[in-house]
Each structure stands twice: as C-alpha cells, then as structure tokens.
Design a protein. Structure first.
Length: 633
C-alpha cells in the first residue's frame, strides 16, 4: 500500500487523497470517464490565500494523464508573471502508463521567457515554462508551483474543465481570506456551493468537482457557458502598489481607477492652442469631435505599454504629445485631454474587448476588463471613440467593443453602461452584378459589392495588410462556385459615419449553368458567400447567441444567350422567423433575368429549446439558395 496524503498542516487546508498502488496508474481511470477524452485530469488542487490586503499566494498542484497526441499540450506548463508577482517554486514529474516515475523536472528544464505581445513596445510580462515529452501514450505529468502577488485587485476565476476534450477525476479550489475580510463569488454552470470553514489563516471557501466526463462545447453558446462548472471570485477591498481601493460596487471600482488616472491630462500649451485653432469657427459638437479624433489618428499610433501599475494607470497626455504613441489608456487620455481643451467633456471607459464578446457579469463587480475607450456624452446622443484605431470614423466601435458593458470612470465613481448595438442596416453587404451568360453555360460577371459597418472588418484587414496575391487568394475563398477565375479586382474605401468599402470584381465562370440537350439549368444565387450550416444537436442545453445583426442583398442581372428563353422560373420565397427574414425571387425583363435575394439576421440570445427552430431556418435558406431557373432554346 502506497499512500500519499495532503492534509491540514500548519494551518493550511489542503485536500486529503489516498491511492492504492501507484498514484497515477492509467488502469485506475474509470473506463466511462476516459471515453472520448484526449486527457484526464487526475487531480487539480488550487489554493489562493490572501495573506494581507496587499499580498496573496497562489499554489497549484495538478496531475493529468495524456491519452493520445491530441492532449499533448497538457504536458506543457506556462506560468505568467510580472513586476507585481513572483514564481516561488516549480516542480514536475513524468510517469509512464503504470504510474512509475520516469523522470523529474530539473532546474535547467525551466525556462524564463519574455511574454511581450507582438504589438507591445514595453511590457514586464514574463513566463516560466517547462514541458515533458514522451513517445508512448498514455503517460502522466504532474506539476506543482507557487506564485506570490502584490496585486490583489484580481482574484482567480476557476473553471477546471474548460477544454471539451478533458475529463476530470477530482478538482478542488480553495480561497483563504484573513479574518475581517470578505470574499465575493459568483457560481456559474451549476457548480455546487462552497464548503466554508475557519482555520488559523482565516475564512476558507472550498469548491470541489468530481468525476466529470468530457462535455460538449455547444456552438454559439455564450463564453462562460462553454467553460463548464466554475466560479468567479473578487475582493471587497484590495491594494495595488500602496493604493487601497474597494470594488463591492461598480461605483467604487470606477472611482479607484479614475483616481489612479486623474490629473494626467495636461497638454503642452502649444498643443492646446493648436487644438483650439483646429475647431475654430466650428459650432457643431460632433464636427469638433471628428476633427479632434482625426488629429489623434493622424499624429499617433497604438503601442501597448504594460509595466507594473501602468497596466491600469495611463502615461500623461504630454508624453503622448511628445512621443506620438501610446497604449489604449494613453491614447484615450490624450483624446480626452484634447477634447477638454476645446470645451467638450468625455469619460474614460473600461471594456472587455474582443470579437468573441467575453462580457463582464453586470451583477458581479470585478476587474475583468482589458481595454479602454472614450465616451463623449452629448445633449441628444453619445459618441464612442476607439482611440487605438487609425482608420475608423469617429463614433464607430465595431465588433471589438460593440454591444457589451463598459464602466464609465467619473469623479463620483463608476457607472456600468452598454456600448452601441449595430442594427442590420448598419452592417450591410449589398451586392450588384451583371452576368453575361453564354449558350455553353459559361458566364462573365461584373460585380460591385458595398460593405458597411462590421461587414467591412474582414475586407478592411485584407485591403490594408495583404499583398495583391494574398488579396486575390482571399477573394477566391469567399465564393462557393467550384471553378472560376478572377480577372481583375479592386477595393475602394468610402468616408462615412460608418466604415464603407466598395469591392469590384470581374469573374469568369466556365460552368455558371449546366447544359443538358437544348436546356440550361441555372442556379441564380451564384455569388452567395459560403456559410456553414449550424450543427443540429438532439439535446441542446445552453442558450445560443447570434453575435452580429446584418443585412445581405444580392441583385444579379443575367443577360441570356441569343435564342434562349426562360422555360421555368421558381416561385418567390419568403421566410420569417424570430431570428430574421429571407426573400428570394426572379423575374424576366426582356432578354434578362433579374434575381434578387435579401437576408436579414438579428443579433440576440435565445433559449436552448429554440435552437432546432434556428437550424431549420438556416436549412430552409440554404435550400432556397439552391433553387434553379430552366432556360431553353
């Protein structure tokens, strides 16, 4: 009998586990647990102990059995740290399938790497990394490490089974707070309530999760939903480099960050006068904002700078004026200072940015933001400014920060608001084309497509950053036709309140219509962009979200070959659902056939029982897009 114990030692509450035989034998894994899994987490123990209001220690111990190559990433360990944190210790062990020790991690195996982002100029982010490699699956790796941090603004989030290929035997999460301090937490995805106890170190909260098979990550589910059972934690009181704060409410958290950045908006006198001259004679506030925003875009560039408290405190506006660059905080503060100089008040705003819309929980004040933008309230409207974008029109945020909560930073404290929601008419793809159809079935298309709003984002990225050859290859991937040639193409940006790009194409399509005897079979929706159908699931459990509203229209005029006429024309199609609407029709106009298609999709969150209805709507659209027109001599 080989036993391994973790217990209450010296006031530290840890888990108590005993094994018979080798602790990490693969044979000990229940067969039903490993079915379909790439790896099995045998044990995962994480403790976050708040020693003082200014310091905390996090200890992690886990062992994972890697069943096949798909789970190889679990053999790698990476521990991020920065100026305010220190990795105290790292241990690692490699076991074979029988649970026998093969080797242990040596000091020389541990690498200390810079973790600076590609877009950063200055960052103190680093990482300790280590890895085991072994040729024979399955095998097990075990790691232990400890981190000490002097930043108690951010408490951990715990989701031990966030990977849909990972099964779980046992996981435990403990938070220890000193007597007199409070822990706030929010349980998600049916995790059981914590056990609470008192130890010499303080109040102890313990969560456990046992015997979890792999879980399906359902498509289009909100972010936290797919992470599995877990919990978010946050303090009431915290300390950051000798600055004390509270975050029991959004107002308190906003006040702390505001005070951290207050008074850093001073501009050189020459620049202040330049700003006033820029808007001289202008009475419309929106036009003043546009001129100031355009000045910022023209004279600055985005560079991430994250050094210690600088992750939350901006560089002074005078530094940006001198250097011509800054991170999101610095550029937002610089724009804030310029607007203030011309008499327009604005507010810094914290937001959780990203196209996957990882929003904060509005009923759980916590520091889970990663970006700063600017909010300019006017008498009849509110203008939002993304100060890191050198091309976007003033007032446009895009999918990076649209339709989510933002924390306005004001002298009286923070206020949680929502960023703009873009409607279908804002996000358009309007395509117009003329196709000269030949008797052989080949065709030449002259296509013009207008993209607006969020629908410009993919096109803009290609237009600004890709070579001509890469642009051409990208265009080929946008269409479902099996065989075609792009003869020429161009992109042209239009200056509007929303981003707008016009794309022009000349395309040669050898098999636009298929010939059978003296007839041509034509699918008129030739240019419909490729869209994958949602996967039907029998037992949907998670709500699903459509992230973006949009409007697609296609108008294609087919010039018929000499001597051919329409023998059959499909009846107009109209589909209506809670998710959107679809219309398609075709009509004969002289020697042409005019095909029209209109699809409107509405963003929103929907209950899981509506998913089958959504899949059915999308499948009906796909079927309507395959309707044919029959031509004959």
């Amino acid at each position: 009998m080989n036993k391994r114990w973790y217990g209450l030692v010296g006031g530290w509450l840890l888990s108590l586990t005993a094994w018979a035989g080798e602790p990490f034998s693969v044979a000990a894994i229940p067969a039903n647990l490993s079915a379909g899994a790439a790896a099995v987490m045998r044990v995962h123990e994480q403790t976050f102990q708040v020693r003082t209001q200014a310091e905390a220690v996090e200890t992690v111990h886990y062992a994972v059995t890697i069943l096949k190559e798909e789970g190889q990433s679990y053999a790698n360990l990476e521990i991020p740290y920065d100026k305010l944190s220190k990795v105290s210790s790292i241990e690692g062990t490699l076991y074979n399938a029988e649970g026998k020790v093969l080797r242990r991690l040596k000091r020389s195996d541990i690498k200390d790497l810079s973790s600076i982002s590609d877009f950063s100029l200055f960052e103190d982010n680093r990482a300790k990394s280590a890895a085991f490699s072994y040729a024979d699956y399955p095998f097990t790796v075990e790691f232990r490490y400890e981190i000490t941090t002097r930043n108690t603004m951010s408490y951990p989030a715990w989701f031990p089974q966030s990977d849909d290929k990972l099964a779980l035997e046992l996981a435990q999460f403990q938070v220890v707070v000193p007597a007199g301090q409070t822990l706030r937490y929010k349980i998600l995805n049916q995790l059981a309530a914590p056990e609470m106890a008192t130890s010499p170190a303080g109040r102890v909260y313990t969560w456990q999760l046992k015997q979890q098979k792999i879980h399906e990550q359902e498509s289009q589910a909100p972010y936290y939903t797919n992470l599995g059972p877990g919990v978010l934690t946050a303090p009431d009181e915290f300390e950051l480099e000798a600055r004390k704060g509270r975050m029991q409410t959004w107002q308190e958290l906003g006040r702390f960050v505001y005070q951290l950045n207050e008074g850093r908006d001073q501009l050189p006198e020459s620049l202040r006068r330049q700003a006033l001259e820029l808007v001289a004679g202008e009475t419309d506030a929106v036009k003043k904002i546009q001129k100031i925003y355009g000045f910022v875009q023209q004279h600055t560039r985005y560079v991430s700078i994250q050094l210690g408290i600088g992750g939350w405190q901006t560089f002074p506006a005078s530094v940006v004026a001198e250097k011509g660059y800054g991170d999101c905080k610095a550029l937002s503060n610089y724009t804030y200072a310029l607007l203030k100089a011309v008499g327009i008040p604005s507010y810094w705003a914290l937001v959780s940015a990203g196209r996957h819309k990882v929003d904060v929980e509005p009923d759980f004040p916590a520091l889970r933001f990663n970006h700063m933008i600017l909010c300019v309230p006017l008498a009849k409207d509110t203008v939002w400014l993304e100060c890191t974008d050198q091309h976007a029109p003033a007032g446009y945020l895009g999918s990076f920060t649209d339709n989510r909560h933002a924390l306005l930073l004001m002298p009286e404290g923070g206020k949680l608001v929502r960023t703009p929601v873009y409607r279908p008419v804002d996000n358009r793809q309007n395509r117009s084309a003329v196709a000269r159809l030949e008797a052989s079935g080949s065709a030449t298309f002259d296509v013009s497509t207008l993209y607006t709003g969020i629908q410009t984002e993919g096109v803009e990225s290609v237009m600004r950053t890709a070579s001509s050859d890469d642009q051409r290859q990208w265009l080929y991937r946008q269409f479902t036709m099996p065989n075609f040639t792009i003869s020429s193409f161009s992109f042209q940006e239009q200056k509007n309140t929303l981003p707008a790009i016009v794309e022009r194409l000349i395309m040669q399509v050898p098999t636009c219509a298929s010939r059978s005897g003296n007839r041509l079979f034509l699918v008129p929706s030739q240019l419909t962009s490729s869209q994958s159908l949602p996967v039907q699931t029998d037992h949907r459990t998670a709500e699903f979200q459509l992230a973006t509203s949009y409007l697609d229209t296609d108008t294609i005029t087919y010039q018929l070959p000499t001597g051919m006429a329409v023998e059959y024309l499909f009846e107009p199609v109209q589909l209506k659902s809670r998710f959107g609407t679809y219309q398609a029709s075709a009509k004969v106009e002289g020697n042409t056939v005019k095909y029209s298609r209109r699809l409107v999709m509405e963003a929103g969150r929907y209950a899981p029982e509506l998913y089958t209805e959504y899949v059915d709507f999308r499948r009906k659209i796909a079927k309507a897009d395959r309707l044919q027109i029959l031509l004959k001599n």
